[in-house]
Design a protein around this ligand. Structure first.
Ligand code: TXA
Ligand code: MG
Length: 350
């Protein structure tokens, strides 16, 4: 199959958007940008689309898909028993990177939700995504548009690298603003749990949900009994080279990372270094400096570029990646969650 790319970075022709919408209505798949990562879309009410999405990604069939809507009215086609608080969250955070899990409507095929009777729904904050859903006129199921086992794609090129020849069309809307996938919040069956941290943070949700539970990677113990997102049991993407994650006090982290970089190079290894909170100079083949004077900007930059850095390390064939962690608060929760999942070893220093 030929994969076409439509360049929508500077706007689009309505005929092209109409064509993309027709593909979706016909049960086919289209990759499109959202504010978080690129999605691989298909009709949420068509079994054929579910099959096409899972086949293109090589994704296990029991890992459910998120349904994307462009208008609040579409929610009634997808979910039922929506709790009152969810509408207040929609008022505040939609369109945006917040996925909420509700009881699913019967017209959403079981194959979309991995057999679950619940469904994740969100309204993406990206004009291409919203226009595409409008053009299709139906809710659109979309996982991240990567091959299963690869990091989520944050550019159209990443999607092409993974899925060319497997899907008919990619809409290029430029680089994604957030870079990490949406927050997944379970509000079904009286739960109130963050299943996956994202750019809508625990701190932002807490005023609406005083009982909210947010598992932290640094201290998971009290939360071992909370329900898990089905996707969480699968090995998350880790680059080909082992990732060594460092966290703790500045002096100790920088000193240890420099030592380890020197030692690895002495062994003849090609290494990549990803810096976040603290800057330092060390020998390396690839260096990514995501630091910034404000912690909030550093976290935003790190969220935006982390997956891209991992892909670049894979492409360059590095043998080891030294990765500096971040503090687990606000957006740092989402960032650290993705870092820990990618890490082979985690060195906590005081
Ligand atoms: O930002 C995003 O959420 C991106 C863009 C494309 O919207 N989508 C995305 O989808 O990251 P995906 O399929 O890669 O991740 C969806 C996550 C998985 O961990 C899945 O298990 C969880 O959400 N999930 C989906 N539906 C669920 C449900 N009904 N119950 C529990 N977890 C669910
Ligand atoms: Mg994914």
């Amino acid at each position: 199959m030929e994969t076409e790319i439509y360049d929508f970075t500077e706007g689009w022709q309505s005929s092209q958007m109409t064509h993309a919408g027709e593909l979706l209505r016909d049960g086919q798949v289209v990759a499109f940008p959202t504010e978080t990562v690129y999605g691989l879309g298909g009709s949420a009410i068509d079994e054929r689309a579910a099959a096409a999405i899972y086949a293109a990604k090589g994704r296990p069939a029991d890992n459910p898909l998120i349904v994307h809507i462009s208008q609040r009215e579409m929610l009634t086609q997808v979910a039922e028993d929506v709790p009152e608080v969810a509408y207040r969250l929609m008022d505040r955070f939609w369109p945006g990177p917040l996925t909420m899990i509700f009881k699913k409507k019967a017209q959403i095929p079981d194959s979309m939700t991995g057999g679950l009777q619940t469904v994740g729904v969100r309204m993406p904050d990206h004009k291409v995504a919203l226009a595409l859903i409008d053009a299709a006129g139906i809710p659109i199921a979309a996982p991240s548009a990567n091959l299963s086992g690869k990091p989520s794609p944050t550019t159209a090129q990443h999607v092409y690298d993974d899925l060319h020849g497997r899907i008919p069309l990619i809409l290029d809307g430029g680089a994604c603003r957030e870079g990490v996938e949406s927050t997944v919040l379970d509000l079904s069956a009286g739960h109130c749990v963050i299943l996956r941290p994202g750019a809508i943070t625990y701190e932002m949700l807490l005023p609406f949900l005083p009982e909210l539970i947010a598992p932290m990677v640094q201290n998971p113990q009290p939360f071992v009994n909370i329900p898990k997102a089905p996707g969480m049991k699968y090995t998350h993407y880790a680059p080909k080279a082992p990732v060594i994650l460092y966290s703790g006090a500045r002096e100790a982290v920088c000193k240890r990372m420099i030592q380890d970089a020197i030692a690895a190079r002495k062994r003849g290894e090609k290494i990549g270094i990803i810096m976040t909170q603290y800057q330092f100079t060390a020998p390396a083949d690839l260096v990514f400096d995501l630091s910034a004077t404000e912690e909030a900007s550093m976290l935003h930059r790190t969220a935006q570029h982390l997956f891209e850095c991992f892909r670049a390390c894979d492409d360059a064939g590095v043998n080891r990646i030294l990765l500096q962690g971040v503090t687990e608060k606000e957006l740092g929760r989402a960032v650290m969650n993705r870092m820990v999942k990618a890490a082979k070893e985690w060195i906590c220093l005081e």
